[in-house]
Design a protein around this ligand. Sequence first.
Ligand code: AMP
Length: 432
Amino acid sequence: MSFEKLGVIKQLLSAIKDLGYEKPTTIQTRAIPLVLAKSDIFATAQTGTGKTAAFGLPMLQRLRNVPVGKGRAVRGLIISPTRELSIQIYEDLQNYAKNMSLNIAVLVGGKDLETQQKIIKEGVDIVIATPGRIMEHMEKGLNLSNVEIFVLDEADRMLDMGFMKEIRKIHPILPKRHQTLLFSATYSDKVRKLSKLILTKPAFIETSKKNSTVDTINQVAYLVDAEKKAALLAYIIGSRNFRQVLVFTRTKASADELVVELKKDGLKCGIIHGDKTQANRLKTLNDFKEGKTKVLVATDIASRGLDIEELPFVINYELPSIPEDYVHRVGRTGRAGRDGMAISLIDIYEKYDIRDIERLIGMKIPQETVEGFEPDPTIRRRDQDEIKLKSEHKKAEVKRVRKAYVKPDKNKKDATYKKPVTTKKRKTTKRD
Ligand code: AMP
C-alpha cells in the first residue's frame, strides 16, 4: 500500500516524503480512507503506531480549503491529555501541513492565556489543546460552533486523568453534524462508554490485540532487591553501553532520588516530572534528544507524548501502579516498527504486580537475574511472610466489611444498602 493509493493529496505526499515516511503503517492504511470518507472512527492504537498521521493527514486534507470571505474559524479540534503530547501533535501537524496555508495553534497550560487569545483572534483553522486549557478559552468566548472534525487522542489516559467532565462540556458545544475520531491505546469500559456518548455509527479499527505491547519490543524483567536497583541500573547502562535510555519511576520522589544516585555513578541524566516547569521539561527532553544526556528519568503522566525517534531502550526502574501504564511506557520504544527493548527491575513486592501486567498484555515476561545482583533469599523469605500476612489480613478485612453491610428496611421510603464507614485509607501513590 502507498499513501498515494489511500487518496492522500500531493501537498501532503511531498511533506511526508521529506519526513522519510515511505509507506503507511497499519493504522494509517485503515484510518485514512475512513476519515476522508467523513466516517466517525473508534481506533485502538498504541503509541508509536503512527496514529498522529492516521488522523492528522486526512484531517488536514479535509480542511485544506480555507472558506473565503467568512474569515477563519476553528474547524478542526484535537484534544489530548498532556501538554507534551499536544505540542508533539502540533509539531507533527505543522510538518505535514508545510505546503498548505492552514493556521494551526496549540493551546496548553503553562503558556500565557492572553498570547494564545491573540493567536486565536488572528484566525486559526485547527486547534490542538489539553482539556483544561480549552475550557479556559471556551469560558473566554472561544467559538467552537464551526468544528467539522473533533479528535480525542489517548482517550483512555484522558479518562484516567479525570477529564470526563471536560469532555462532557466540550462535546455539546460542537455543531450537531461533525466528525469525531476517538483514539485510545486500551479498550476499557470507560472508553467504551465514552464512545457511545460521542460517536455516531463509528467504524472500528483495532490495529493490535487488546492491551498488547508492540510486537517488536523484547521484554525482560530482572529480579533484584529494592536497595540494589540503582546500582543495577547504572551497571546495565554502563556495561551494555546504552547511548540513550528512558527510565521510569513510580513517583516524583523516587525519580529525584534515582537521579542523585545515577549522577554519583557519573551518568548524565535529565529528569521530567510534574513538579518541573513546562520550559524545563522541554529543555530536558531536547537535551536528551540531542544526546547531551544519556538517561532520562520520568514519571508516568509527565512522560506522555514523549516522542523520541528510534529510542532503543526503556527501563522500568519501578513498575507502574496501573498495569495499563506499562503498555504506554514500553510503547516509547520499538516505535513505527523499529526494534526496542523494555527492561523491568522488579523487587519481591513487584513480582505480584507483574502478574497483573502479564494478564493485561496476554503474555509472560521472562524473569532473569543479573550476576552480582541476585536477590538475597533471606530478604525474600521475610518479605513473603509479610505479604502472606498482609493478604490474610486483607481477606479478613473484606469479610468484615461485607458482614457490616446493613440490609435496607423495606418499609422505609429511601431504603438503600448502607456502606459502613471504614477507617481504611484509599490506596494512592503520589503520581505525576
Ligand atoms: P505516533 O504513533 O503518531 O506517535 O508516531 C510514532 C513515530 O512514527 C513518529 O516519530 C512518527 O514521525 C513516525 N511515523 C509515523 N508514520 C510513519 C510512517 N508511515 N513511516 C515512518 N515513520 C512514521
